[in-house]
Design a protein around this ligand. Sequence first.
Ligand code: NDP
Ligand code: PMR
Length: 350
Amino acid sequence: MYRVRCAILNSVNATLRLETKVKMADFNQPTVIVTGASSGVGLYAAKALAKKGWHVVMACRNLEKSERAAKEVGMSPDHYTVMHLDLASLSSVRNFVQTFRDSGRPLTSLVCNAAVYLPLLKDPEYSEDGYEISVATNHLGHFLLCHLLLEDLRNSPAGDKRLIILGTVTANRKELGGKIPIPAPPDLGDMVGFEQGFKAPIAMIDGKQFKSGKAYKDSKLCNMLCTRELHRRYHESTGITFNSLYPGCVADTPLFRNHFAAFRTIFPWFQKNITGGYVSQDLAGERVAMVVADPEFKQSGYHWSWGNRQQQGREAFVQELSAEGSDDAKAKRLWELSERLVGIASMVST
Ligand code: NDP
Ligand code: PMR
């Protein structure tokens, strides 16, 4: 009986030792949170980061889909954890941060990647907090997430900590793809829509008439402005590297699932054969992973772009942003108004 009990205890201890060892090993991996890692750029960035030895917290709204996607791209279970995050819900963002903290993992980097693009919407849809859905998801959800996780990054023992946000050419008139006069270009105006509380019937940051494609581009401009403001406010005091990037035109991701079916056929062909702007999901993911992990991207406060001609081996360059995208006063005002909309007061004085 005694021998049996000892055998059981030994086996329990061995299991515990094994679990502790796995966990210790696990926690020695640098940890990155990637939002929207269930498809497209986020999924392939997760894959590339896992390949570099990172542990990826895949912050996604559909857990089963994300698990399936991780398996499909061949990620080893030791290199990822799927956690629930719905960026269109401010309470979900707060719950996610709590769940992440409960995991005990020190945070090395955060990648704000998730987005929706709803070009065919005639009338606005609103999030559960009452905000237009593209701006709520792409900008406000990420804004709150960054705000809360800044503390985790600040407290993390890692030597090289980064916060990276996906931007795009179509929200940057200084790049070729942003010069094309596709209606309508981004323009936050004087942000009267935000000033007035951004609740229905208001659906645009500038307070003007709803335009679905513009809502996406406005939200991406907010992403790039916020990266600059994060750098201005927090880089010196925290040492965290803050950058945005454009990985190329990844014309065949599910981002275009809400566009015309014909668009999904013609657009990748057009970008591959006419503009040369096309980049594969795999290569776009590797580019994001480079900005997260590679030493040459450790300089803070930049927008990295792979520009228009997307050959393998092409190097990124620091890309200037449009007049609106480099307007520091606008970035500061956007920050303050966004704080009000997500219900937080400034954590650290500027
Ligand atoms: P995908 O549609 O493939 O990926 C978007 C991801 O965001 C999905 O994982 C999606 O989850 C997730 N997501 C959407 N809404 C929410 C939400 N409410 N909460 C949590 N996650 C959400 O698009 P891409 O990979 O193309 O886009 C990724 C990023 O790259 C975006 O920021 C986009 O602006 C940027 N980008 C894309 C370019 C392109 O050409 N594709 C070019 C330049 C920048 P789910 O699977 O559940 O829908
Ligand atoms: Mg655009 C010249 C280069 C170039 C690049 C890099 C992009 C990127 N695009 C370019 C050119 C053109 N586009 C041209 C000449 C046209 C025809 C007028 C064109 C059209 C077009 C449309 C209709 N392009 C689009 C759309 C979209 O609906 C996409 C969009 O605006 O999403 C907001 C889009 C895009 N083009 C790009 C990129 C990266 C996109 C989509 C994703 C994004 O900007 O995040």
